[in-house]
Each structure stands twice: as structure tokens, then as C-alpha cells.
Ligand binder design. Structure first.
Ligand SMILES: [Ca+2]
Ligand SMILES: [Ca+2]
Length: 210
């Protein structure tokens, strides 16, 4: 029993050292599998999963994440005026809320070109795009058949949202193709007949393991 009791402690110590060494460079060799998932669902049009790889992990200081998305129909940002210029761009999205009801929630939508559309919002759909994350650090990179986005947010900032060790999180992707045609992909299937991620059922309760 003594040996068994000791093992988790030493494992955790090793894991933390490894995790703090994740570099935000859109290269994923520094990742193990933590909360890995493959495939985000488009329940409205394709009724199929895409080929997105996603993972996140936490350390005492940071929440780390990456998306590796397959997208053979890359969009181009032609006239960038402000964040809302990204509304018809390919991107991956992470939404955070401390409450199921989305009294207050926060989102980061990041494009392969390294632009971010971020916001603070209240349900229903009261979205302030002038709000910005203070600690969001990310890197994007095009690959042969898609793109990678890797990033982190400080736990202190999550704490300021009321998020300590558990939250409601939405994991999404927009795949635009042919102008404004789009497929919306999600980890959690929202209870909605049309694509909508700004509703409680698009979020899933998520617990940080440490
Ligand atoms: Ca990296
Ligand atoms: Ca696309």
C-alpha cells in the first residue's frame, strides 16, 4: 500500500514539470495526451465529425490548449478592419463559463492567420466584442491540409471569471467554404435546430484534474 500511495505524488510532479514546458509555437511535439479528443461534430449540415484533434491541460499557472484542424478550403482575410472582420473566417473557438446558465461567458475565436475574435457575453447573446483576454497567448500555423492553433490563458484570469477547478466549456470550429457557406462543428451537441453556440446546451461541464 505504501508504494501505491507514493506513486501518484511522484507522477504528478513529473507531469507538472513536463507541462510547464509547453511552448506556444504551434508545434505539438511538446504535448502528451491529457484530455485529448478527435473529431468535432456538425449535427446540422454534414451530420458527421470533422478531423480536428483537440487537447487541453492545466498547470497551477496556465490553461493550455491546441487544435489541429483539417481544412482544405482555407479562407483569406482580405480587408481586416476589426475583430468582427473575422466573422466569416475559418477559425477554432473556445468558450468558458463558470455557470451552466451562462450568466457571464467568455470566448476566444482564433484563425489560422493568427487573428483572434474574443468577447465577453451574457446569455442570451449579449456579446461585447470590444472586450479582450488579458493573458491569452497563442500561435497559429498552416499545415499541408489545415492548420494548428496552440495557446494558453492564465489560471488567474480564469479565476477572475469565477473558474477555479471546474467550468462549462464549449469547443467549436467554423469551416467556411465558398464565401459564406459554413459548417459549424462542436464537441457538445447543442439543443438547437440551427447552428448556435451561444446557448447553455453547447457547453459541457469540465473538471480540471489537478
Ligand atoms: Ca508547442
Ligand atoms: Ca475552410
Amino acid at each position: 500500500m505504501n508504494a501505491d500511495n507514493k506513486e501518484p505524488t511522484s507522477k504528478l510532479a513529473i507531469q507538472e514539470t513536463a507541462m510547464e514546458s509547453i511552448a506556444i509555437d504551434a508545434a505539438l511535439e511538446d504535448w502528451e495526451q491529457y484530455n485529448y479528443l478527435h473529431g468535432l461534430m456538425d449535427p446540422w449540415k454534414l451530420k458527421a465529425k470533422d478531423d480536428t484533434h483537440f487537447d487541453f491541460t492545466t498547470t497551477p499557472k496556465y490553461f493550455y490548449f491546441y487544435f489541429k484542424a483539417k481544412d482544405t478550403t482555407p479562407t483569406k482575410i482580405i480587408d481586416y478592419v476589426n475583430e468582427r472582420s473575422l466573422l466569416y473566417q475559418d477559425r477554432v473557438e473556445l468558450f468558458f463559463s463558470s455557470t451552466k446558465e451562462l450568466d457571464e461567458y467568455y470566448g476566444a475565436e482564433i484563425t489560422p492567420q493568427g487573428k483572434v475574435l474574443d468577447f465577453k457575453a451574457h446569455f442570451p447573446r449579449d456579446i461585447d466584442h470590444s472586450w479582450n483576454f488579458q493573458t491569452l497567448d497563442f500561435a497559429s500555423k498552416n499545415t499541408d491540409d489545415g492548420y494548428i492553433v496552440e495557446g494558453r490563458i492564465s489560471r488567474k484570469e480564469l479565476l477572475s471569471f469565477g473558474i477555479v477547478n471546474s467550468l462549462y466549456m464549449g469547443i467549436f470550429r467554423a469551416d467556411f467554404h465558398g464565401g459564406r457557406k459554413v459548417n459549424w462543428h462542436t464537441r457538445t451537441l447543442p439543443d438547437s435546430p440551427k447552428a448556435d453556440f451561444h446557448i447553455p446546451s453547447a457547453f459541457e461541464k469540465t473538471v480540471f484534474r489537478q
